[in-house]
Ligand binder design. Structure first.
Ligand code: ADP
Ligand code: MG
Length: 617
């Protein structure tokens, strides 16, 4: 099957988007490839299409569990077999997923990078018929990137493991036995581009780059010390869906309330909400469309309109994996940490190629003070970091010399209250300890729901259960052995569903909450114990508890300097009144020959000045 046939047959698309075809051909030729494409450019298809065209299994390494699940779900909707392995799955579940990949007609195995560190996992990997390794968000491999993940460095090692057992059919189609690697990212400065290829042990340099130019997006910086009012002003001038990014949760709530007060349809979003609340808000915002609501200005809504929510005021927890085409405006209330982050967040506006705006609100004196404070918060003194390490171990009950490999849920608020630690700096310290390899601290991990059945199989008929309740109980019993003795992680969307006789994965979405409600009703009658799906911070001790903590220069001083440099670049962008903003952003990503955009605030004020001069002449 050719790539184009696979595109049509499995994904239902007639044409490739720019550069997709080149990337896919490079992969099909068996070449290691680094693909740079802005967010929304269609990177996933670049590994999905060649895998379907080649046969064999594609190993996908991706850092975010939410994105992983999203993609697996999407593939399954297209009737493509895909599995995922991540923290929180039981050993049994992982084994089933791996067995499926080894023996079954599976095409995709998604794993989080942390998996690669496990010896057992590597052993299994050597027996899988892998035809392609895809590394999503590949900038995570670089210390120069803005989201360094130490486990990404293991990828080069697993290449050798994988190479031991190339899929024969795939190798034949590629005419060589080399299992290629495809690295993908939306944010790569020139040094990161080099770093990625080196650290993934590319057999030769090979970069395919789509321009990061966003023709329909106008970049604007507004200097103001009354940011909330400026937001109101901007939103009343440009209709349509909008995102307002803020830096903390409380601010999100305050600004959403202020916008409501001023008659806008707005809501807030941050990682502190339950996942149910988050998905409800996200869905309401996604549903909003200008055409449906006709003229939003003539109506004064508080909160949600009958057409959904127009404006979401959010922390940077919002937006990953969301693909809403008609966002007209992304406003940043505060400076992001990096130009990379800014470009990515701002780039969520105008995916539909219609005119859209990315506005950064900037209060020069205040924001510079805040920037300096951020450096101090993110890099607290080394003694403090060591103190956090020991207090956290004490809090978790881990004694000296023990704890290696254990994962704990870590309620940060409790830790900080009981141990008298400041929360912001404590989180920063835990991230530093992660970088230095002492622990692996993961914020807001998704915890699978857990169920234990409290009655025996025979007793089921005594309870006068509804047909649905009975079926669900039986499906759980059959799927999870041991559910009578221990709390078991359950996957409501998958196995249980199939046992319930539901074949169409597309109905999973609705079924989810139905099953949740059924489980709640069973728990109320003390037939089961049910701990619903939730998110929590987790901490894994990657080494036994140490007596002394050492933060090397490469982790502490160098990263601190890097952080400062990146923040400086962001401040420069905000201060700039001379250069076209689009040009400035593109040059940051190594595109130095771009034209001026003509629509950013700098271009506009230049052309206004020019026309004023010519009018006077
Ligand atoms: P990225 O990872 O680059 O941010 P995604 O892979 O998530 O982007 O793709 C963004 C959206 O574009 C998805 O909804 C995807 O289905 C769609 N898409 C990708 N390629 C094509 C194509 N060739 N034709 C139509 N839609 C596409
Ligand atoms: Mg992607």
């Amino acid at each position: 099957m050719t790539a184009r046939e696979a595109l049509k047959t499995y994904f239902g698309y007639d044409d490739f988007r720019p550069l997709q075809e080149e990337i896919i051909h490079s992969v099909l030729e068996g070449r290691d490839t680094l693909a740079l494409m802005p967010t929304g450019g269609g990177k996933s298809l670049c590994f999905q299409v060649p895998t379907m065209a080649m046969d064999g299994l594609c190993l996908v390494i991706t850092p975010l569990i939410a994105l992983m699940k999203d993609q697996v779900e999407n593939l399954r909707k297209r009737e493509i077999r895909a599995a995922a392995i991540y923290t929180g799955m039981t050993y049994e579940e992982q084994k089933v997923a791996l067995d499926n990949c080894q023996w079954g007609p599976y095409h995709f195995l998604y794993v989080s990078p942390e998996r690669l560190e496990s010896e057992e996992f590597r052993e299994r990997l050597a027996r899988l018929p892998i035809s392609l390794i895809a590394v999503d968000e590949a900038h995570c491999i670089s210390q120069w990137g803005y989201d360094f993940r130490p486990s990404y460095l293991k990828i080069a090692e697993i290449r050798e493991v994988v190479q031991a057992n190339p899929h024969p059919l795939a190798a034949e189609k590629r005419a060589n036995t080399h299992v290629p690697i495809l690295a993908l990212t939306a944010t790569a400065t020139p040094e990161v581009v080099d770093d990625i290829q080196e650290r993934l042990a590319f057999s030769e340099k090979n970069v395919l780059r789509k321009s990061f130019l966003r023709q329909n997006l106008s970049y604007v910086v507004r200097q103001t010390n009354k940011k909330a009012d400026e937001i109101v002003h901007i939103l009343s001038k440009v209709p349509g869906s909008a995102i307002v990014y803020v830096r903390n949760r409380q601010r999100a709530q305050e600004i959403a309330a202020y916008l409501n007060e001023k008659g806008f349809s707005a809501d807030f979003y941050h990682a502190g909400l339950t996942s149910k609340e988050r998905s409800a808000k996200q869905e309401a915002w996604k549903r909003y469309s200008l055409t449906m609501s006709n003229n939003p200005h003539s109506e004064r809504w508080v909160g949600e309109t009958p057409y959904g929510i127009r404006i979401i005021v959010a922390t940077n927890a919002f937006g990953m994996g969301i693909d809403k085409p008609d966002v007209r405006m992304v406003i940043h209330h505060d400076l992001p940490d990096t130009v990379e982050a800014y470009f990515q967040e701002a780039g969520r506006a105008g995916r539909d190629e219609q005119r859209a705006y990315a506005v950064l609100l900037y209060d020069p004196s205040q924001d510079k003070v805040k920037a300096r404070k951020r450096v101090a918060d993110n890099y607290p003194p080394k003694e403090f970091v060591a103190d956090v390490y020991h207090k956290t171990c004490d809090f978790l009950g881990v004694g000296a010399g023990s704890g290696e490999g254990h994962t704990f849920m870590l309620p940060i608020n409790d830790l900080c209250r009981i141990m008298h630690l400041p929360i912001l700096q404590t989180c920063a310290a835990l991230h530093l300890l992660t970088q230095a390899g002492y622990v692996s601290f993961q914020e807001e991990q998704e915890i699978q729901p857990r169920v234990k059945i409290l009655i025996s199989r025979r007793e089921i008929s005594d309870y006068g259960l509804s047909e649905q309740q009975r079926q669900l109980l039986e499906a759980l019993m059959r799927t999870y052995t041991g559910i009578f003795t221990d709390l078991q992680y359950v996957h409501l969307g998958d196995k249980v569903m199939r046992r319930l006789g539901d074949e169409g994965a597309s109905r999973v979405g609705n079924k989810h909450s139905e099953i949740h409600d059924l489980l709640v009703s069973l728990a109320q009658r003390h037939i089961i114990t049910y701990i619903p799906y939730d998110t929590a911070n987790t901490l894994t001790l990657t080494q036994e508890r140490q007596t002394d903590i050492y933060l090397p220069t490469t982790i502490y001083e160098n990263h601190r300097q890097q952080y400062i440099d990146k923040l400086k670049a962001m401040v420069e962008y905000a201060d700039n009144q001379l250069y076209c903003r689009s040009q400035l952003l593109l040059s940051y990503f190594g595109e130095i020959d771009a034209d001026t955009c003509g629509t950013c605030d700098v271009c506009r004020s230049l052309s206004a000045r020019t026309s004023a001069t010519s009018a006077r002449r």
